[in-house]
Design a binder for this molecule. Structure first.
Ligand code: ZN
Ligand code: ZN
Length: 273
């Protein structure tokens, strides 16, 4: 078990480092030149309308833009770097798209008011971007909170047979997933298992909206990658193995799974048992 726990701690440390680096690049380099444009857009469209447009743009670029790119190898039936031998069913993906689209916009519709009414005014002040110390604290809290909440909710959706049959089974109709099916699931599951664990940390920390935007962007790319079916994933194939085996890897980073003895990597992975 302790070997797995150490791996989980290593995965958490890597995730904290990568996310903090992305946050610092955006706060220090990418965002500052755009602040006058964003403020002009806010005074033209209204503060919350502008926030809605920016939020949807951010999640759409990550989900449809990068998610679309991640789906290409599966659609083109590239066999190199594939985790499972199964090929992607393009017509099944096409049939899944209406629910995927619905869930994507459900996320935006729910997240915006939750953030607006739980975060302080300063979280939406573009002239008060968070310091590196605040970002470091936030990133640690967000990732731990997400790991714990996602693990327990996801495991509950499996172990409660009624919930599995009524809710989570839909996501598992994809035994060999492709990027965009990351949010092919019952909308109830999307809210309790995907949206709330991601929102809980930033609400708890009273984080800045811009910092949350980076977390959402990076987190979306992560979930697309781990559903891509290819070794472009950053979890050593852990979630792909969950889709193949069902009863292992309920968490995001492997830390909670290591503690509960459900951490398992695909056969042939260097650090697999
Ligand atoms: Zn999945
Ligand atoms: Zn599952």
């Amino acid at each position: 078990m302790w070997d797995g726990v150490l791996q989980g701690i290593g995965n958490l440390a890597s995730a904290i480092t990568a996310l903090l680096l992305a946050e610092m690049v955006v706060m220090d380099v990418v965002l500052p030149p755009w602040i006058p444009t964003i403020e002009a857009f806010e005074s033209l469209a209204g503060k919350w309308q502008a926030m809605a447009v920016l939020g949807i743009m951010n999640s759409s670029i990550a989900f449809w833009g990068i998610g679309g790119l991640f789906a290409l190898p599966a659609l083109l039936k590239v066999s190199r770097w594939k985790i499972q031998a199964k090929t992607c069913d393009a017509s099944m993906l096409l049939r899944s798209l209406p629910l995927i689209t619905f869930n994507h916009f459900l996320g935006a519709v729910l997240a915006l008011p939750i953030l607006r009414y739980t975060l302080p005014e300063t979280s939406f002040d573009w002239r008060a971007l968070p310091s590196t110390n605040v970002l470091a604290r936030d990133v640690c809290v967000w990732l731990v909170v997400e790991e714990v909440l996602f693990f327990y909710v996801h495991r509950w959706l499996h172990e409660n047979k009624k919930m599995y049959a009524a809710v989570h089974k839909l996501h598992h109709t994809w035994t060999a997933p492709v990027s965009l099916v990351a949010i092919y699931c019952n909308p109830f599951e999307h809210v309790v298992s995907n949206i709330l664990p991601v929102l809980a940390g930033p609400v708890l920390c009273r984080s800045h909206a811009a910092a949350f935007g980076v977390f959402l962007f990076v987190g979306t790319i992560h979930t697309l990658a781990v559903h891509s079916g290819y070794w472009i994933c950053d979890d050593k194939g852990m979630h792909d193995e969950h889709h193949a085996k069902f009863s292992v890897n309920y968490g995001v980073l492997g830390l909670m799974d290591a503690l509960y003895g459900t951490y398992q990597l695909p056969a042939g992975t260097k650090s697999a048992d």
